[in-house]
Design a protein around this ligand. Structure first.
Ligand SMILES: C[S@@+](CC[C@H](N)C(=O)[O-])C[C@H]1O[C@@H](n2cnc3c(N)ncnc32)[C@H](O)[C@@H]1O
Length: 300
């Protein structure tokens, strides 16, 4: 009997690798909160343990405690921080997510600014920031709407900046390659005009018209962006991971980056209105900054 058993590989017990302890969870959650503003609830214990296990495997670090001590000492931009963030953040996104917003953007907003420019009420210039853009799907959707919906857009000075805390996400965004799932809501005509389908794979590459309008950089929303202000900021599906204090901090940074009279687009249920009391709420997801505020002002 004994001999028969000895040929079976021992079942790994993992010991303290199995799950983070409650004390470790608290320490990891605090570190993640300090660096990103994201709140990890106690219910995420299993999820966090699974994600951490992958980092232990890749780094060869022995256990959760040693990995925590290692991570804590690293500067935020370290590649291991990037790899860790990649594991713990949610990157779910796709082009033309929340179609009602894109209908409004294309048919109303772009039509309005085109008519304002025609009448000499504004310059042919448009600056848009997609904050927390993940793999860039939102950014290419903006570019696609502009290329397809703004008359003579080539004569405009257009900037579309996508930022995300995740280095891997930003790198992927720069590549501008999307699978069928991410592309499923892109209108047929836009696909044909602005994307190139790879011959052997079910992926689409953003074409030069879109790529010429977009740029990307890594940025943590807990920090100010320090760039000239934007006509419009998209801030969608990220505040849901933050508590009230981080939301407030992010929205102070974001509001400072919006021109007076500029727009903020959020998700429909992200609980932002209490932090934007001086903004005009045009719909559950659309806010306008008063035209009279200076763009550098940050209300505290
Ligand atoms: C679910 S995606 C949202 C993507 C896109 N905005 C959308 O609505 O489809 C959330 C993104 O927020 C990013 N994120 C989380 N915390 C962040 C922070 N503190 N600063 C910048 N980006 C952050 C994550 O890396 C992730 O890519």
């Amino acid at each position: 009997m004994k001999e028969a058993h000895s040929s079976i590989l021992p079942i790994p017990t993992f010991g303290n690798l199995e799950q983070v302890s409650d004390a470790q969870l608290t320490r990891y959650a605090e570190l993640i909160y300090q660096k990103t503003g994201i709140r990890i609830s106690p219910q995420k214990k299993m999820l966090l343990s699974n994600r951490l296990r992958r980092r232990l495997r890749d780094t060869g670090i022995a256990d959760f405690e040693a990995y925590y001590q290692h991570l804590k000492k690293l500067p935020s931009g370290d590649p291991e921080w990037n790899a860790f963030l990649q594991e713990i953040t949610t990157h779910e996104t796709y082009l033309f997510r929340d179609e009602v917003q894109w209908r409004w953007f294309r048919r109303e907003y772009l039509a309005q600014i085109a008519s304002d420019a025609q009448a000499g009420r504004r310059q042919r210039s448009l600056r848009i920031w997609s904050a927390a853009c993940s793999t860039g799907d939102e950014v290419y959707t903006i570019a696609c709407c502009i290329a397809g919906g703004l008359l003579n857009y080539q004569q405009w000075n257009i900037t579309i900046l996508g930022t995300d805390i995740g280095a891997g996400a930003v790198e992927q965004a720069r590549a501008g390659v999307f699978g069928e799932r991410a592309m499923r809501l892109v209108p047929e005509e836009d696909r044909r005009r602005f994307f190139v389908k790879a011959k052997d794979a079910a992926v689409w590459q953003a074409g030069p018209a879109l790529k010429g309008m977009v740029s990307f950089r890594q940025h943590n929303l807990l920090e100010p962006l320090r760039l000239p202000p934007f006509d419009m900021v998209f801030l969608k599906n990220v505040l849901i991971y933050f508590d009230a204090a981080s939301k407030k901090r992010v929205l102070e940074n974001v509001r400072a980056a919006i021109k007076p009279g500029g727009m903020l687009i959020t998700g429909a249920a992200e609980g932002v209105s209490e932090f934007l009391r001086d903004f005009e709420r045009l719909s559950p997801w659309l806010y306008r900054r008063p035209a009279t505020q200076r763009s550098t002002e940050v209300r505290r």
